[in-house]
Each structure stands twice: as structure tokens, then as C-alpha cells.
Design a protein around this ligand. Structure first.
Ligand SMILES: Nc1nc2c(c(=O)[nH]1)N[C@H]1C(S)=C(S)[C@@H](COP(=O)(O)O)O[C@H]1N2
Ligand SMILES: [Mo]
Length: 195
């Protein structure tokens, strides 16, 4: 996929450098699954009724195509990603939120997590990604399911997504507890908690 070179300058946030590759970045080990009957996606917290979706239930949810640019806090940006993913609105159809739900904690495999305001989670540019540039997510990039929140630094895009927890109050996730910004807007260069 070619970049739209005419507009590249206004698509790259300050301090970022373009990459054509797709770097792999995470804490801990890559999960390899051989039995998807043990995999599920849990929707918990400030909801009327918590929901657990099986792998097949998730795979059968409606999908859409998305195109976006992603910006990693370690300063690489990758333009023109094409994804197939599940709109957040499809997840929201399965639950009834309580009025108290104001923030979301995304839970990856092995307890890794990241927090964001509910408004950013519900943005119609946010989705649960399954396919990137025509290929099923590799284990390194989050197979079978990863969150994608392209308007925030890419660490908010939890790989190996296993849980969506709605919260009343904001709480720091893994990198947020380790000095990173609670919000992480690449256009405001919100890399660290003091930014
Ligand atoms: N579960 C999980 N998701 C994660 C991470 C992680 O350590 N664990 N790292 C985040 C960070 S810091 C980045 S930059 C992106 C990297 O995604 P990529 O490896 O697909 O480029 O994943 C994010 N999602
Ligand atoms: Mo990152």
C-alpha cells in the first residue's frame, strides 16, 4: 500500500519517524494458543451484566475495514495500515453500560493492561483488530485479537486482548504505572507522565 506522500507531513506527529516495517514491541512473552476452546473475551465492570464471549462468538461478530496511521511512543509511525476488525459498537450491542462507566481497562494475556477514557474506546476509529494488511495477526502482533486505538500512542492498542473492563475511575495500566502518560496523545507528545 503506497503512502499518500502529498500529505505525509501533517500525518506524522512531532518527533516521529516513518517506518515501512512493522516493529514488534511488548513486555513479556508471546502467547501461542493451540486450543481456542480455552480462549475467551470477558466484558466486565460497570455493566448491567458481565459477558464472556467464546472464540467462535467473537469470530462471528460483524467486521469492517479500517485504514489508519499508527504512532508508537518509541518514535516510529506507520502510515496506511489496512485492517479488518470488529467495530466497538458491535461489542456495545452485547452489553448495557452503567452510567458510572467512565474509563476502560483493556486486559491482554498474562495480566498486561492499559487504560483509556471511555470516549476514546467508543470512538468510531477504535476497533478490535483481526487482520492487518491482508494477513491474520501474527502471534507477535497480537493473535487472535488486539485492540486498535489509532489516535493514541500504540501502547494503548492492547495485543492478545482478553478483557474489556469498564471503570468508574481512571486507573493506570502497565506502562502507565511505569512512567508513561495516562492519556498518550501523539499530537500533544504525551509520552511520559510529566509531559
Ligand atoms: N498485551 C500487550 N499489548 C501490548 C503491549 C504489551 O506489552 N502487551 N505493548 C504495547 C506497546 S508498548 C506497543 S508499541 C504496541 C506494539 O504493537 P506491535 O508489536 O504490533 O507493533 O503494542 C502494545 N500492546
Ligand atoms: Mo510501545
Amino acid at each position: 500500500m503506497m503512502s499518500d506522500h502529498k500529505n505525509v507531513e501533517n500525518r506524522v506527529p512531532p518527533g516521529q519517524t516513518l517506518t515501512e516495517g512493522f516493529p514488534v514491541l511488548h513486555h513479556g512473552t508471546v502467547p501461542y494458543y493451540n486450543d481456542m476452546s480455552k480462549w475467551d473475551l470477558k466484558i466486565t465492570g460497570e455493566v448491567e451484566q458481565e459477558v464472556t464471549l467464546s472464540y467462535m462468538e467473537v469470530m462471528n461478530l460483524p467486521r469492517k475495514e479500517y485504514k489508519n496511521d499508527i504512532h508508537c511512543v518509541t518514535t516510529w509511525s506507520k502510515l496506511d495500515n489496512v485492517w479488518e476488525g470488529i467495530p466497538v459498537s458491535e461489542i456495545m450491542k452485547l452489553i448495557k453500560l452503567k452510567d458510572s462507566a467512565k474509563f476502560v481497562m483493556l486486559h491482554g494475556e498474562h495480566g498486561w493492561n492499559t487504560n483509556l477514557p471511555i470516549k476514546d474506546f467508543l470512538s468510531d476509529t477504535s476497533f478490535l483488530g483481526l487482520i492487518h494488511n491482508g494477513e491474520r495477526l501474527t502471534p507477535e502482533h497480537g493473535y487472535p485479537l488486539r485492540m486498535v486505538v489509532p489516535h493514541l500512542y500504540f501502547w494503548k492498542s492492547a495485543k492478545w486482548l482478553r478483557g474489556i473492563e469498564f471503570m468508574e475511575k481512571d486507573k493506570p495500566g502497565f506502562w502507565e504505572r511505569n512512567g508513561y502518560h495516562m492519556y498518550g496523545d501523539p499530537w500533544k507528545i504525551q509520552r511520559y507522565d510529566f509531559d
